[in-house]
Design a protein around this ligand. Structure first.
Ligand code: SAH
Length: 461
C-alpha cells in the first residue's frame, strides 16, 4: 500500500458516519480516513492531519461531489461550533444514522444478534428545542466580550451569531445581550480559563416549556456581581423572568457549575409540566433538555414498564423524580435514587406538588443505595427503570438488579455503547432484550437517546 504522510491531500469517497458524526471514507487504495463535516455520499479532498498505519484523520478541504443528503447548515458556525455535529445532513438521514448507531452498538458491543428495533421517534420541527443553554463568556482577540460555545474538543469560545443559537430559545439572545452590556457598563471581566482570573464564567438559562418561566443563573468566580440590582432590574423586564440566581464556582476546572447557589431575584426554581405532572427545577438539578421529546420518551418508558397498579418500581438515577412521578400514577409504590441532593429536594417537592404519595426518594450513589436497601430491607422490585449518565450503570447496580430479579428492566440511555455493554451483562444472567426505541432528543448532534425493554427469560420462570 502507498505510504501516506501528514499534510498530504487525498481524494476520499465517504460512505459512513463515525461515532461522533464524522465522515468515514476511503482513498482509492482502501486507506480509511475520518473527516469531520464530510457525509456519506460525498466525494471530497481531505488534508491528512494524523496518519496511523490503518487509518488517518483528515481535514475537509473541498467537496468534489456533494452527497444527495447534504443540506445547507442553518447556522453559519455549524462547522466550528462543538454544539452541532451533523447539521449539514438532511434530518431524515440524521434519524437513520442514529437508529443505525444504536443497532450497531447492540450488535457489536452487546452481542445481540437481531436487535428488536422499533422506529426512531424524531421531531416534526427539529429546531429551537432546547430548554437549557449554558453559554461560556469570554473575550475575542479584539477584546470584545462575547457569549459563545466551545469549539469541538477545545475550550476556544466560538461566539454565537447574534447571541442566537438556533437550537435554543429566541429569548436567550435578549438575556445574553443584557448580561454583556451590564459587564461592559461596569467593567466586569469575563473569566479567563488559562489564568483563573476574571469574574463571569457562564450564563445558564432554563425555560419552562409549558409555563414559559425563565431562570437565569450566572456562574461566577466569586460570590457576587457588581451592581447586581441593576442587572436584576434589567433582566426582570423580560416577560416570564421568574428566577435570577448566582452560582459560585471558584475552582480552576472545566466543570461548569459550583455547588453554591444564591437567589438574586425571584424564586429559586422554575416550574414546568410534562403530560399532567408538574415539576420544580433548581439550577443544580438535571432536567431533560428537549421537553417535546421527553414526553414521548417517558410515554415509551411507561409503556415498556407495563404497569397495572400492583407493582413496586425502582427509578434508578431519578434526577428530580420525573420518571418516578410518571410511573407512580400507575404503580403501587415507586422508589427513586439520585446522587445530587438538590435534585432529591426537588423530587420530594414535586411529589407533594402533584399530590403523589406512593413514592420514596433516596439521596446517594445508586451503587450504594440500591444494594443497601435490598439487603437491609429486602425491597423487591417488579420493574426497575434505570436512566444513568453516559458512563452507564455501575456493576453494583447491575449485580443488585440481577439479585432483585424484576420481571422487567426499562433502560433509558443517552449512550448506546454503555447501554449495549450493560445489556450484555443482564443478558448473561437471563434477561432478554424485547424492544428498543431510539428517541431523537438532541437533533443536529451525534447524540442519541433510547429506551429499551428487557424481560426475565424462561430460565427464571
Ligand atoms: N431520570 C432523570 C435523570 C436522568 S440523568 C430524568 O429523566 O430527568 C442521570 C441522573 O443520574 C442525573 O440526575 C445525575 O445526577 C444522576 N447520577 C449520576 N451518577 C449517579 C450515581 N452514581 N448514583 C445516582 N445518581 C447518579
Amino acid at each position: 500500500m502507498v505510504e501516506y504522510q501528514k499534510n498530504q491531500e487525498v481524494e476520499v469517497v465517504v460512505n459512513a458516519l463515525g461515532n461522533e458524526g464524522e465522515g468515514v471514507g476511503h482513498t482509492q487504495d482502501g486507506y480509511t480516513v475520518f473527516v469531520k463535516d464530510a457525509l456519506p455520499g460525498d466525494v471530497i479532498r481531505a488534508k491528512l492531519m494524523k496518519c496511523k498505519k490503518q487509518y488517518a484523520f483528515g481535514r475537509l478541504v473541498e467537496i468534489l461531489t456533494p452527497s444527495k443528503d447534504r443540506v445547507e447548515a442553518v447556522c453559519e458556525k455549524a462547522r466550528v461550533c462543538g454544539g452541532c455535529q451533523i447539521q449539514e445532513i438532511a434530518y431524515e438521514k440524521q434519524l437513520e444514522f442514529k437508529a443505525d448507531k444504536v443497532k450497531g452498538n447492540l450488535v457489536r458491543i452487546g452481542g445481540v444478534k437481531n436487535p428488536p428495533m422499533e422506529s426512531i421517534i424524531g421531531m416534526e420541527d427539529p429546531w429551537r428545542y432546547r430548554n437549557k443553554a449554558q453559554f461560556p463568556i469570554g473575550r475575542t482577540k479584539e477584546g470584545k466580550i462575547v457569549a459563545g460555545f466551545y469549539a469541538g474538543r477545545t475550550h476556544a469560545i466560538v461566539p454565537v451569531p447574534d447571541n442566537d443559537c438556533v437550537l435554543g430559545r429566541e429569548v436567550n439572545a435578549k438575556i445574553l445581550g443584557k448580561v454583556i452590556s451590564h459587564m461592559e457598563t461596569y467593567d466586569i471581566e469575563p473569566y479567563d480559563e488559562a489564568t483563573g482570573t476574571g469574574l463571569v464564567r457562564h450564563v445558564l438559562i432554563r425555560c419552562g416549556y409549558s409555563t414559559d418561566e425563565i431562570m437565569v443563573c450566572l456562574v461566577v468566580n466569586g460570590t457576587k456581581i457588581p451592581e447586581e440590582d441593576a442587572l436584576a432590574d434589567s433582566l426582570m423586564e423580560i416577560p416570564g423572568m421568574t428566577s435570577i440566581m448566582l452560582n459560585t464556582n471558584m475552582d480552576q476546572t472545566n466543570v461548569i457549575l459550583g455547588d453554591q447557589v444564591r437567589t438574586i431575584r425571584g424564586e429559586s426554581y422554575i416550574t414546568d409540566q410534562i403530560g399532567d405532572v408538574k415539576f420544580c427545577i433548581s439550577p443544580l438539578s438535571f432536567y431533560q433538555v428537549n421537553p417535546v421529546q421527553t414526553e414521548k420518551l417517558y410515554r415509551k418508558a411507561l409503556e415498556y414498564a407495563g404497569l397495572t397498579g400492583k407493582e413496586t418500581v425502582w427509578d434508578v438515577y431519578c434526577g428530580i423524580g420525573t420518571i418516578s412521578l410518571f410511573l407512580a400514577q400507575k404503580a403501587k409504590k415507586v422508589y427513586g435514587v439520585e446522587i445530587v441532593p438538590d435534585a432529591i429536594e426537588d423530587a420530594k417537592k414535586n411529589a407533594a406538588l402533584n399530590g403523589i404519595h406512593n413514592v420514596k426518594f433516596f439521596v446517594g450513589k445508586a451503587e450504594d443505595v440500591l444494594p443497601k436497601q435490598y439487603e437491609k430491607h429486602q425491597i423487591y422490585a417488579d420493574v426497575i427503570v434505570v436512566d444513568p449518565p453516559r458512563k452507564g450503570c455501575e456493576q453494583a447496580v447491575l449485580d443488585t438488579i440481577l439479585k432483585m430479579r424484576p420481571k422487567r428492566v426499562v433502560y433509558v440511555s443517552c449512550n448506546s455503547a454503555t447501554l449495549a455493554r450493560d445489556i450484555k451483562t443482564l443478558a448473561e444472567d437471563g434477561y432478554v432484550l424485547k424492544a428498543v426505541t431510539p428517541v431523537d432528543q438532541f437533533c443536529h448532534t451525534a447524540h442519541v437517546e433510547s429506551v429499551s425493554l428487557l424481560v426475565r427469560g424462561q430460565m427464571w420462570e
